[in-house]
Design a binder for this molecule. Sequence first.
Ligand SMILES: *Cc1c(COP(=O)(O)O)cnc(C)c1O
Length: 440
Amino acid sequence: MLYHSLKNHNNLVSFEDALLNGLSPDGSLYVPQFIPLLDSHFIQNISDDDINHISFSVIKPYIQKSIPTKFIYDIIHNTLNYPFPLKKIHDNIYVLELFHGPTLAFKDVGSQFMSECLSFFHKKIGKMITILVATSGDTGGAVARGFYKKAGIEVIILYPYNGISSLQKKQISSLGENIYSVEVNGSFDDCQKMVKQSFLDKEIQKKYTLTSANSINIARLLPQMFYYFISYKKILYEKNYKKLIFSVPSGNFGNVCAGIIAKKMGLPINTFIASTNINNTIPIFMQSGKYNPTSVKKTISNAMDISDPSNFPRIWNFLYQKNMMKLKSNFYSYQFTDKETLDIIESIWNKYQYMLDPHGAIGYLGIQKHMKKEKKIDYTYVFLETAHPIKFYHCMPSSLKNSIVISKKLKKFTLKNRKPKNIFSISNTFNSLKYWLLNR
Ligand SMILES: *Cc1c(COP(=O)(O)O)cnc(C)c1O
């Protein structure tokens, strides 16, 4: 499989180069040259297949030749080494829990996969690789974890000062070693812009072999398909399962983008709901056709406080060829306020003793709204629970705080008494990042 950028379809690069470049030199995102179709037998027999083999079959066409089969298996094995439970909340609504990994959020999957791939390539390249990454909260911790103490790789993480939770900050900054944290006096969108610009800067390129570990990186995006397949396998064991609708709490739209790619490969998913907080660029785009990112508004689902989602062009330009009719046929996007989010967390706890986090809560709200608005009752709904509620403890409803429990196994990841290391502060301009990078 080769990759091209969204702007230029003629300049083809390998998986390795797409991974190492992160962003294409023309400033747009890489996409695969085409979406391979899976054998229908594979889909039909998925309930008897094991998770590693399913994941291998899904990812193989995208990285074949760049990484030998044996290593692909090792990479998958090291990535999917914790459970992905699918639980029924009530009636035809299920939750897929993606928070059982080392930083308690779904980004562990993509980050671990990418770091394993990069370690494989690093042995070939032989020089220091610098990962430069912007985070709205969870990417940072996941990337720090994935790359911690990996030889020949250093990680620089930019995050919005005051934009992330204290546990998120700990997960980013308490490891030290080859992990460096840069606090930016600005928003996530600022951080993301600064990172993107660094990749295009000649002087920075001279000093560093840079790559990105944001969800713009193809090696983070593609493995996120795994758990859509895993949940499909699991849903087949449920009685009365019907056509599938996924609701994905969305910020940078990488998670939902991976789901749509899985669908295009042949996974029988009927519809996607991209559920957002009041950073509502896409819900508005779906209504008006106007793409107007504004300044970012802070919410309690802070990992989704993004107003110019990087992955949306992959969905719109590449997967749906800028065709609004096609997009509207199986993609919906709804927005919800903090008040709605808190109310649903309380009500789901009171009714079903299930504790949502603010992001998963927005996923649930998306289902509720869709059922009401589109009268789509006769479906099986799955929402992604993208983080453990303990991660957002400070903004959970105060009446429920005492009921938030964390298993012993996950508790070891909360880094209670760790102190921050390697933290730096800069302003929200590209020049301040450039100065810091060139003079550190
Ligand atoms: C990153 C994140 C999201 C948003 O995912 P995208 O792929 O950026 O749309 C949702 N929930 C949590 C907890 C996250 O960390």
